[in-house]
Design a protein. Structure first.
Length: 228
C-alpha cells in the first residue's frame, strides 16, 4: 500500500526502534511492493533495527510533505498522542529499570555460576553482538517505547498496515512488515539476538508500552465538544 499522508509515513518511522522522546528513524519507509531485498538473517535484522538516524526521519518528512492529505488538526492530534505515549513510556520504563536494577546478559552470562540457579551455565568468553547500553536490562527501553507507539499507530491506521523499512547503514537491505505488531516483535527480537536484553525484558517492555498507549488514547488530546 502507499502511504495516505505525510503523517502516516512520518509516525511509522518514529515507531521502529525509537530511542528518545524526539524519536529516531531507522530508515526510509516505502511501498511494500517496491521491496527489493529482504534481509532475513537474525544478524541483518539486529543491524537494521539497531540503526538510529534522525536525519532519515527529517528527510522522509520533507520528501513526503507534498503527499499530505490529512488535516492539520488530525496530524497534530496524532503526533501529540504519539509523543505523549513515547514520553510516558520512557518515564515508566526508566523508573522500572532503576527499581529492579536487573543485570544485562553481558554480566549475567559470564557470572552465571554465581546466580544461584542450577539451570544456568556460565560462559566466561561470551560477548554480545552489539555494545551493551549503560543502564539496567529490565524492562527493554526499545520495547517499551515501540509498543507505546505501535498502540497509538494501530488505533489510527489499523493494526495490519503494511510497510517497508530500509537501512541507511546497510544500503539495499530492507525489511517488510505486514502489521505494527510484527514490526514490534522484530524490534524485540533484535534486542535479544544482539545479546543486550533477556526475553523477559522485551516482553515486559511490550506490556508496559501497550498499557501506556491505551491510557493515552483514552485520555490525551481528546476531542472537545462545545454545547450549542
Amino acid at each position: 500500500m502507499s502511504f495516505r499522508s505525510v503523517t502516516e509515513k512520518h509516525v511509522i518511522l518514529r515507531m521502529i526502534g525509537v530511542t528518545t522522546v524526539a524519536g529516531a528513524a531507522l530508515g526510509r519507509v516505502g511501498v511494500i511492493n517496491e521491496c527489493l531485498v529482504h534481509a532475513q538473517s537474525p544478524t541483518a535484522a539486529v543491524s537494521l533495527l539497531g540503526d538510529s538516524n534522525s536525519e532519515s526521519e527529517k528527510d522522509d518528512h520533507r520528501d513526503s510533505h507534498a503527499r499530505h492529505h490529512d488535516s492539520t488538526l488530525q496530524n497534530a492530534r496524532l503526533l501529540a498522542q504519539l509523543n505523549v505515549a513515547i514520553a510516558d513510556a520512557t518515564i515508566a520504563c526508566y523508573e522500572a529499570k532503576y527499581t529492579y536494577v536487573f543485570w544485562r546478559p553481558v554480566t549475567a552470562i559470564p557470572l552465571a555460576a554465581t546466580d544461584g540457579n542450577a539451570r544456568t551455565t556460565e560462559d566466561a568468553a561470551w560477548m554480545p553482538l552489539f555494545a551493551t547500553p549503560a543502564h539496567p536490562d529490565y524492562p527493554s527501553g526499545h520495547s517499551c517505547l515501540s509498543a507505546a507507539a505501535a498502540g497509538v499507530l494501530a488505533a489510527r491506521f489499523g493494526e495490519k498496515t503494511h510497510f517497508t523499512l530500509e537501512s541507511d547503514l546497510m544500503p539495499g537491505v530492507v525489511r517488510s512488515f505486514k502489521s505494527f505488531s510484527s514490526a514490534l516483535e522484530e524490534v524485540k527480537n533484535a534486542r535479544v539476538f544482539a545479546g543486550i536484553h533477556f526475553r523477559s525484558a522485551t516482553d515486559a517492555g511490550e506490556k508496559l508500552g501497550a498499557s501506556v498507549a491505551e491510557w493515552v488514547l483514552d485520555h490525551a488530546a481528546q476531542p472537545v465538544h462545545y454545547a450549542q
